[in-house]
Structures are given as structure tokens and as C-alpha cells.
Ligand binder design. Sequence first.
Ligand code: NAP
Length: 288
Amino acid sequence: MKVGVIGLGAMGVPMARNFHKHGLLQVVWNRTRKRAEALAAETGVRVAESPVDLARECELIITCVSRDQDVLDVAAQIATGIRANSIVADTSTVSAATARQAAAILGQREAHFLDCPVSGGTEGAIKGTLAMMVGGDEQVFERTRLALSAIAGKVVHIGPVGSGQACKAVNQLMIAGVYEAVAEAIAFGQSLGLDMQRVIEVLSTGAAASWVLTNRSGNMLAMNFPLGFKVALHQKDLEICRAMAKDADGATLPVADRMLAHYQKLMRRGYGDEDVSAVFRLKREEHK
Ligand code: NAP
């Protein structure tokens, strides 16, 4: 399957590299061209002139951009020339409604759309072990399963278009609570005068073990929060969760509300581009 990747940010670059390792990567495109040129120099693949130039050449087009409007803009550009029966698999995190809109845009050209958001962070993207949740036609998904396994260790078809993003919203809410709990507990442990390296070593094998504890407690202890996953992107995701809950049954999501309040403070203080483990900054201050 000829694969093209659009959006070469923190997630898109390692995903493209893994497609290349599996001999699938054909062409790349990025809004800021120099990022695409750097990857082309490394892999020998072509840099497309535009999203539609890329789409014409590929059977599977992977998109990994930032927000809802970005996905719709890219889908509209691709749709001006995509071949019938090609497949766009969007790995960005956006709302289920946006996934359905993108599918409708591409459907007008008889092309297919799968919402394929991922979890596992930049570490998972580098290792090719992401967890991918897929919404869309099951037969279309089956055509892509092998290629998608180049970037994801676990790929699960959830249901029709939009259900991959709905599943991802569940993930983003869950992880908000985990980040807050890990940050608060580490600040608490420090205030008790414990050797936190040892605390983390033992807790990482017990019932409180989590991806966040294993992969982000080091950032917290060092008070250094490199990307990762930007505060501003998780803020976007939690706003999506709130809107989806409101539409579904009108319920509030207190975990999302609390984390959004933390993110607002961080962004006001200029930390919006830090990794979300920067929530520890606020927890640390509460213990001073
Ligand atoms: P990032 O590093 O900020 O990269 C964003 C990419 O999207 C860049 O290549 C950017 O191009 C491109 N882009 C943004 N708007 C665009 C537009 N309108 N048209 C064309 N290209 C556009 O973000 P990331 O961390 O890779 O995240 C990408 C997506 O994956 C987000 O939806 C995020 O929520 C999701 N995600 C991230 C993680 C993580 O741990 N980072 C994990 C799972 C899911 P430029 O280079 O020109 O800016």
C-alpha cells in the first residue's frame, strides 16, 4: 500500500519514520515545508507540493494535524483531487462531529475516511506501539489494518465514523484524572520528605502503576517538561469532551473542569507549549 503522511509534528514525524521502516512511505507534506524537507532528506521520499498532490499518489493518506478546523481544511484540500476508493486515515484528536464532516467531504469524491486517533504519546509513536481506535466502514478498515500496524501495536475497530474519536474522548478524560493524581501525589510525597525515586520505583509495580507515572514522573521530579503532549492540545481535547458530554446527556465532567482550570492558569503564565506533566508546577506550589 502506498502511504503518504500529512502533518509532520511531534507525532507525525515518528509515524512517518515507522511507515518508512516498513517500506510503505511514498511521500510527505507539511505546512511548514522545511520539516518535510528534513524528513525527505533522511528517508529519500518525495515532498509533495500540496495535500492534493500527495493524495493523488497514495492509496492510504495519513493526516496528523492539530485541531478540528485543521482536519476539515486538509480534508477539503485533499478532496479537490483524491482518487476514488483511496482512504484517508486521520490520527489527529478532534470531535466525532468533525470526523463525520470530513467523511462527508471525502465521500463526495467516493474516497473513504477513517477516524484513527491514537494514544501512547510521542514514545508510542517512536516505538510504533500506539493504541489506535478506529471509526469507519469495517471493510475499508480491513484494507488498512496491515499498514496501520506499522505505527500501532494495538488497532481496534470501534464502530462507524466518529466512534474512534468518541473512544479517544473517553481516553482524554481518563488521562486528565491520571495526570492530576500523579502530579498531586508526587508533590504530596515530596512534602513528606520521601526519597521519591524509591517511591516511584515501588509504586510503578503496584496498583497505582500507570503510563503517566512511568513516563512522566521523571519530568515532575526534574521540574522540566519537554514535549510530549502540549498543554494547549489537551485543553482542546477536554473542551471536546465537555461538548460531547453536553450533547450526549447534558452531564458535566468534573475531572475535565478541574484540569481545564489548571491549564488555563498554566497557559496564562506562558506554559501552554509545555508537556501536560507541567500541571505538577501548580501542585508543587500548593505544597510550599
Ligand atoms: P504538533 O507537534 O503541534 O504538530 C501539529 C502538526 O499539524 C504540524 O505538522 C502542523 O504544521 C500541522 N498543522 C496544524 N494545523 C494545520 C493546518 N491547518 N494545515 C496543515 N497542517 C497543519 O502536534 P502533535 O503533538 O504532533 O499532535 C498532532 C495531533 O495528534 C493533535 O490532534 C494531538 O491532539 C494528537 N495527539 C498528540 C499526542 C502527543 O503526545 N503529542 C498523542 C496523541 C494524539 P506546521 O509544522 O506547519 O505547524
